[in-house]
Design a protein around this ligand. Structure first.
Ligand code: ATP
Ligand code: ZN
Length: 300
């Protein structure tokens, strides 16, 4: 195997809602690459890891076909591809290995504002426009609804105005696009966020090592996002209460304080957001000299 085949390839959306977050995440994992969005290929300068910048719809197939080892893509696209492959007697040869907590959205059913909607029974024999025919088909089947699915590759929200559909099923995050098109959300078909998928094809030992390291670093990056390092002084007598008040922290470090036998210093990594109220509660419980610091990196 030549050295080119030993390099990890990660498929990332070339230009869209997931691009900046995905590249930012990989940079935080320590990957340095020439960041040129008009290139299809980004060469990793400091690790044997290259990026393939492609349309998001192509990412599951690139990973399933072992052209890329990993991919960052919306779970909606992953699920659509999985269902389409299964429907054609095939199998998706990739696994979801991480949820990334960005790109949150839902595949929602929406009706024109002036149309009556009385629950899913209103969908019986209706026409529903969507780009996600497999996910919608699966949802209708599970809910025993017979409806006509009208495929739209984009601008699904104009389908009712064009007289092409009675309802739509489209990706929504804030719902602003629906309101702008006089549509109202009436149900959720699928919840999504960006995920990492990995090929099921066997990796060489060298590649396996790097994939493990990348996933470990990703885990570290995700863990530190909300995490803070808290330092405070506490009366020994209040230690149990103060430990209880520290958000998302299991084992704080307790350090004796020189010349102050009744007091200790407490250091803890808090894995949940630290609110002002939390600090005020800690102070009320007897804590003093409170410091909250950002966490840069973490390796479990
Ligand atoms: P491409 O050119 O790569 O095919 P696209 O137009 O299909 O791009 P985007 O609109 O960039 O894709 O969306 C990419 C992903 O972002 C979606 O598949 C979904 O997982 C996620 N996403 C998050 N919020 C939204 C939203 N409000 N609308 C659409 N997608 C969203
Ligand atoms: Zn797309």
């Amino acid at each position: 195997m030549d050295s080119k085949q030993q390099r990890i390839k990660i498929a990332v959306q070339k230009s869209g809602r997931l691009t900046d977050h995905s590249l930012d995440l990989l940079e935080r994992c320590g990957l340095k690459f020439t960041k040129s969005k008009d290139q299809l290929f980004c060469f990793g300068e400091n690790m044997p890891v290259d990026l393939l910048l492609v349309r998001d719809d192509d990412i599951p197939a690139l990973v399933s076909d072992d052209i890329c080892d990993l991919g960052i893509v919306g779970l909606n696209v992953v699920q659509e591809k999985r269902l389409l492959l299964e429907r054609n007697g095939g199998q998706a040869l990739f696994d979801k290995v991480f949820e990334l907590d960005f790109g949150h959205c839902r595949l929602a059913l929406a009706a024109p504002e002036d149309a009556a909607y009385n629950g899913t029974s209103s969908l019986q024999n209706a026409r529903i426009a969507t780009s996600f025919t497999a996910i919608l088909g699966d949802y209708l089947e599970r809910n025993a609804i017979v409806a006509e699915i009208v495929y739209f590759s984009g601008a699904v929200e104009i389908a009712p105005k064009l007289g092409r559909a009675d309802f739509i099923c489209d990706l929504v995050s804030s719902g602003a696009t629906l309101s702008a098109n006089q549509l109202r959300e009436v149900g959720t078909v699928f919840e999504s966020e960006a995920v990492v998928i990995q090929t099921r094809a066997p990796l060489s030992d060298l590649k396996k090592d790097w994939v493990t390291r990348i996933l470990q670093r990703l885990d570290g990056v995700l863990q530190v996002r909300e995490s803070k390092y808290i330092m405070l002084h506490a009366p020994r007598a209040a230690l149990a209460e103060i430990t209880r008040l520290l958000p998302g922290s299991e084992h704080p470090t307790v350090i004796p304080l020189e010349g102050q036998p009744d007091k200790v210093a407490v250091h803890a990594v808090c894995r949940e957001y630290v609110f002002w109220e939390t600090l005020e509660n800690l102070k009320n419980a007897g804590a003093s000299s409170l410091l909250v610091l950002p966490v840069e990196k973490m390796l479990a």
